[in-house]
Design a protein around this ligand. Structure first.
Ligand SMILES: Nc1ncnc2c1ncn2[C@@H]1O[C@H](COP(=O)(O)OP(=O)(O)OP(=O)(O)O)[C@@H](O)[C@H]1O
Ligand SMILES: [Mg+2]
Length: 405
């Protein structure tokens, strides 16, 4: 069973460097390791200072690298569907070349890159698959797609298939659009099943760890917190937060202000992501380029430890849908409901237990959803949210909670 380590985080925080360093240390330990970038703007080859291609290239013993290439991927995974889209566009009067360009739907290319993960996993030639993913926003959006895909496979595909089978040409004349043929449906279904498979792999906590790279800066921390909530919403296991570019002692007077700020954020970050551990990597005095420097970064992060270790397993909190409303569950085994004070502050849920405080940045779907109530169930605090579209005023069923909504 291959271990999948996926690094994501805000742009420029050090995802590529940390991913490459992790892969290198894994290879050093004897694991057959591949590091691949699913970010469209590849920089893996630059970080490793080795040429890479659309297919895996061996870099060191036990280490392979890959920068999937857009059109190669699309041909591989979307070929038939893309041809249908081209047909549709050129029927609309767009010339072939334009139609071809247009048929690359946003996100398609990156999604196809992500599908490589499942391919490598299924072929079993690697022990560890390290992913240098795109910045958080896009990765998250794509990761959530399989759920939508599932819906499509279950509901839309059979209808469309039946439609194209019964008098496709008649229908075409009526609605005036070329209908996709069986092959297109087959390809779409196959693709969606792959996406589902990928989703299952990425959501498997024994196999996959999504790791967040951040810098000790307000915006990066905030974005990481939101991503963290999203990972839980979609069930992607997170086992490590990497605080990169942490200024060490002796940076001199000029950088002392930055260092002080970082030192203030340190405990805040630990608290925000607890119980998921946070590890720091120092700001090196040079760019982290090439095998030797990356190894140095890897050592700073993992010491003599094994990067494939599961640094945390469990779900600190989860978000689930129950009868049309959302329920956020937090494991708080040693507490009773009246010890917990709950309040809302815009997009944040604030929990206070004595002097212990926890801020949960809510997923966007819940920002406008009023809190309906909270109760303890077998050591789990369950907070219920009304459906946002109903726009109900916040009502509280259980005592002790107040709303600053
Ligand atoms: N700990 C560090 N100390 C010094 N320099 C670093 C450190 N980590 C990364 N860098 C440097 O910072 C730059 C950005 O790092 P990197 O490319 O890994 O970030 P990224 O998150 O992948 O960026 P992007 O979002 O653009 O893909 C690179 O020049 C890299 O060498
Ligand atoms: Mg990068």
């Amino acid at each position: 069973m291959a271990r999948i380590l996926l690094y994501t985080g805000k742009g420029g925080t050090g995802k590529t460097s940390v991913a490459a360093a992790t892969a290198l240390l894994c290879a050093d330990r004897g694991y057959r390791t591949i590091v691949l970038s699913t970010d469209i703007a590849h920089s893996l080859a630059d970080a490793l200072d080795r040429p890479l291609g659309a297919e895996p290239t061996q870099i060191e013993s036990n280490l392979w690298g890959q920068e999937p290439e857009v059109f190669h991927n699309i041909e591989k995974y979307w070929g038939t569907i893309q041809r249908y889209v081209v047909e549709l566009f050129s029927w609309r009067g767009l010339d072939e070349v334009m139609a071809e360009e247009m048929s690359v739907l946003p996100g398609m290319d990156e999604l196809a890159s992500l599908l490589w993960i499942a391919d490598h996993h299924d072929h079993g030639q690697y022990d560890v698959i390290v992913v240098d993913a795109a910045p958080t926003g896009e990765t998250l959006r794509l990761l959530s797609m399989p759920e939508a895909a599932h819906w499509w496979v279950e509901r839309i595909a059979p209808i469309g298939r039946r439609m194209s089978r019964i008098g496709g040409s008649l229908l075409e004349r009526m609605i005036g659009v070329p209908l996709p043929d069986e092959q297109v449906f087959d390809a779409a279904e196959d693709l969606l099943h792959r996406l589902e498979h990928m989703h299952d792999l990425l959501a498997d906590g024994d196999r996959t760890s999504v790791r967040l790279v951040l810098n000790l800066e307000r915006v990066a921390i905030r974005e990481a917190q939101r991503s963290f909530t999203y990972f839980h919403l979609y069930g992607y296991p997170t086992d490590l937060i990497v605080a990169n570019r942490v200024l060490p002692a002796g940076v001199g007077e000029y950088f002392q202000g930055w260092r002080d700020t970082q030192r203030e954020y340190g405990p805040e970050v630990r608290e925000a992501f607890a119980p998921v551990p946070v590890r720091s990597v120092p700001f090196f005095d040079k760019e982290v380029v090439g095998i030797d420097r990356l190894r140095e970064l890897g050592r700073a992060l993992f010491g003599d430890g094994d990067p494939t270790e599961l640094f945390y397993s469990g779900r600190p909190y989860s978000v689930a849908r129950e009868n049309g409303s959302y329920v956020v569950s937090l494991e708080l085994p040693f507490l009773s409901r009246d010890e917990i004070e709950l309040s809302r502050n815009q997009d944040e849920l604030v929990l206070q237990v004595g002097s212990w405080r926890r801020n949960l940045v809510l997923p966007r779907a819940l920002v406008d959803a009023p809190t309906e109530g909270a109760r303890m169930e077998d050591g789990t605090l369950k907070i219920r949210f009304a459906a946002p579209e109903r726009g109900k005023a916040a009502t509280t069923r259980s005592g002790g909670s107040r709303h600053a909504h």
